[in-house]
Design a protein around this ligand. Structure first.
Ligand SMILES: [Zn+2]
Ligand SMILES: [Zn+2]
Length: 392
């Protein structure tokens, strides 16, 4: 990101008629694809065990900079640190090649504000590909809404880093080459970067599609051990959507959360402070049986069913001879449904807006009220034992 012009924060379904902004920008995607292909060249060079070690270390360290830095600090402010460590964490995040901290955190805040609603930047309701990587490769979300991240955009050193975010990846790539030659570059840097990307992306795609739900959040978020293992604790995504301001995402002792363990260690060393922990009573509110009735996907399925029904009715209207004998063909639906036939773009644009507007409005209101209450209830409880510390 070299420009920081502001852009309204809207999801793919929020601006019908601008669908071209949602298509993959394949020219801009060339570097992204090239990084994926680069590790294959390792078959033609000597790769040592040190290169594999470098790959593992760079994966873990950079994943921590993303989960503890970009996510839990810049996006959610779930703990505090001084300006020097803040910059170090931000710089470490840029080496993960996931754009700058302001871009990352600003878009993530939008994800939480509109999770699975119109306006969500990467809801799986718009497809697995879109939530995993499509939204990043589209042109819609290239800009950074600085107003949405004004609390960190006020620091000139972070704005500078955002403009020069290439320095981190390039300096790390050169260092890997100097340390391990081509093996160090191809396996140590490029392979770990590809793994790191898709590990992070799984939180946006898989952790909203596969897994169990503990809390009745108005979205599709899930708890996934696999994603937690791959991301150092970010897989407890249903927990996280329930209490986004909590520095800890694994609420039970067995919900492995290495990012939190490292942060707790850093707090003991006075590198970070004021870790926000949810009070115990919040952990049992809005709780449901794991794998119980799923509000988020129910709405999604409901809308899909409504879309299919609308299409079928429009189809019947267009071919009245197929209507059952004696039955009156449904009157051609004005606007959306009819336009939807034979025009994929219109189907996607209209189907997200037409069905069940009242139910959606009610769900949105409920979601907003729940988030407000939870934000007010969240307190900084650093130093006090968490609910599971005795068993952790
Ligand atoms: Zn999410
Ligand atoms: Zn989050």
């Amino acid at each position: 990101m070299t420009t920081l012009q502001t852009e309204p924060a809207n999801g793919p379904s929020a601006r019908p008629g601008e669908e071209s902004a949602d298509r993959t920008d394949w020219v801009a995607a060339i570097p992204f694809l090239a990084v994926h292909v680069a590790p294959l060249a390792a078959f033609f060079v000597t790769v040592t065990w040190q290169d594999w070690l470098l790959c593992g270390v760079l994966y873990l360290v950079r994943m921590f900079c993303i989960t503890a830095g970009y996510h839990r600090y810049f996006a959610h402010r779930s703990y505090k640190m001084n300006r020097v460590f803040q910059f170090v964490m931000a710089f470490g995040g840029t080496t993960a090649v996931q754009k700058g901290p302001l871009w990352w955190a600003s878009h993530h805040r939008v994800h939480h504000r509109f999770t699975d609603l119109d306006g969500d930047v990467h809801s799986p309701r718009d497809g697995f590909w879109w939530s995993h990587v499509g939204w990043i490769l589209s042109t819609r979300y290239k800009a950074t809404d600085l107003d949405n991240i004004a609390d960190f955009a006020k620091y000139p050193e972070l704005r500078w880093l955002e403009r020069h975010q290439w320095i981190g990846p390039w300096s790390l790539g050169v260092t890997c080459f100097l340390l391990g030659g081509w093996g160090g570059l191809l396996v140590g840097f490029f392979l770990s970067t590809v793994l790191l990307w898709h590990g992070t992306f799984l939180v946006n795609s898989m952790a909203h599609l596969v897994g169990r739900r503990r809390y009745a959040t108005p979205d599709t978020s899930r708890n996934s051990l696999f994603v937690a293992l791959v991301t150092g604790g970010e897989g407890w995504h249903n927990n996280h959507h329930y209490l986004p301001a909590s520095v800890r995402q694994g609420f039970r002792w067995w919900e492995i959360d290495p990012t939190f363990y490292v942060l707790r260690t850093l707090a003991a060393l006075h590198v970070v402070r004021d870790l926000k922990r949810p009070p115990a009573r919040l952990l049992d509110q809005a709780r449901m049986r794991d794998g119980a009735f799923d509000i988020g996907m129910f709405r999604s399925y409901w809308e899909r069913a409504a879309k299919l029904t609308g299409e079928r009715m429009a189809d019947m209207a267009a071919r009245p001879h197929l209507a059952p004998e004696g039955a009156e063909a449904p009157a051609p639906e004005p606007a959306a449904a009819v336009n939807g036939v034979g025009d994929d773009t219109d189907v996607s644009a209209t189907s997200r807006q037409r069905p069940i507007p009242r139910a959606r409005a009610a769900a949105d209101q409920l979601a907003a009220a729940t988030r407000r209450t939870r934000r007010q209830d969240m307190v900084s409880t650093e130093g006090q034992p968490g609910p599971d510390d005795s068993t952790a």
